[in-house]
Design a protein around this ligand. Structure first.
Ligand code: AMP
Length: 279
């Protein structure tokens, strides 16, 4: 595996790979790798000739009060994990090269970014769309891999790729979970032992909602009330949002019909966790 820090060098490598007829698969991440990230790499290896993974904690997608500074970082550990998974190139750009002093351009995806995390983290999806555009222009992937864990992010990227005619196929893969159901996330590392136990309530609430829907409940309000009640039983939990949206356009639903996404963001102590389930 080759570590690449320079944008120009990454672009040179990608151009050469393309010229040689290689299919480039790309897994963008913010690092502190876990099985969720590695599942994307494994799928990428099956589909593509070359795997490029990026590790970049993108300052543009964090709000001023958010955890940009304390976001977990461990390049040595990440490089070892990526190497073991046979990543070909680990691209780790520097802030000063990604956003130099004269940086001016922002990519905004309307509509799908307006609800859920988009509403509660102003500017977050502009940051995501901008950095992913930059990374696509540098890595020149044929296929890029994202996780359903960040369902709204995946939808934003798909919409951007379609609207801007980017020549990249977007592959969205299922959520990887811990044995007790908690969705894997780099932020789980912030949880202490009791918070870690409390965090199980997110997946429990989603499963309870799915069971209600399967039993015939069709009122989105009643289902989210039921989820709220369950989560509020946990002392350390503060609900940011619980919504039921159309799985395609992320518009809120009053009545359950067709494919819906149950999505939630919950604070466990000072840790913001998100999870979702398509039903
Ligand atoms: P992050 O490093 O958190 O920005 O995540 C990088 C990519 O990994 C994103 O496409 C995420 O959706 C995906 N990802 C994160 N957690 C999981 C998970 N538990 N299961 C599957 N994919 C995940």
């Amino acid at each position: 595996m080759k570590l690449v820090y320079s944008i120009a060098q990454m672009q040179r490598i990608s151009r050469a790979l393309r010229k040689a007829g290689k299919i480039i698969g790309f897994v963008p991440t913010m690092g502190y790798l876990h099985e969720g990230h590695l599942s994307l790499v494994r799928r990428c290896r099956k589909d593509c000739d070359m795997i490029v993974m990026s590790i970049y904690v993108n300052p543009l997608q964090f709000g001023p009060q958010e955890d940009y500074r304390r976001y977990p970082r461990d390049l040595k550990r990440d490089a070892a994990l990526a190497g073991k998974e046979k990543v070909d190139y680990l691209f780790v750009p520097r802030d000063a090269d990604m956003y130099p002093g004269n940086y001016n351009t922002i990519v905004e995806v309307k509509g799908i970014s307006d609800s859920m995390c988009g509403a509660l983290r102003p500017g977050h999806f502009k940051g995501v769309a901008t950095v992913v555009t930059k990374l696509f222009n540098i890595v020149l992937p044929d296929v890029a891999y994202f996780g359903q864990k960040d369902a709204q992010q995946a939808a934003v990227i798909k919409s951007m790729v379609r609207d801007l005619n980017m020549a990249v196929r977007i592959n969205v893969l299922p959520i990887r979970r811990e044995p007790d159901g908690l969705a894997m996330s780099s932020r789980n590392a912030y949880l202490n032992a009791s918070q870690r136990r409390d965090a199980r309530i997110l997946y429990e609430a989603l499963r309870k909602a799915r069971r209600s829907i399967e039993k015939g409940e069709r009122s989105a309000r009643r289902i989210s009330e039921e989820m709220k009640k369950l989560i509020c039983k946990v002392n350390s939990a503060i609900i940011e949002y619980i919504v039921i949206v159309d799985a395609r356009d992320f518009k809120e639903k009053k009545t359950i019909e067709g494919r819906v996404l149950l999505a939630l963001a919950v604070w466990i102590g000072k840790v913001r966790l998100i999870d979702n389930m398509e039903v």
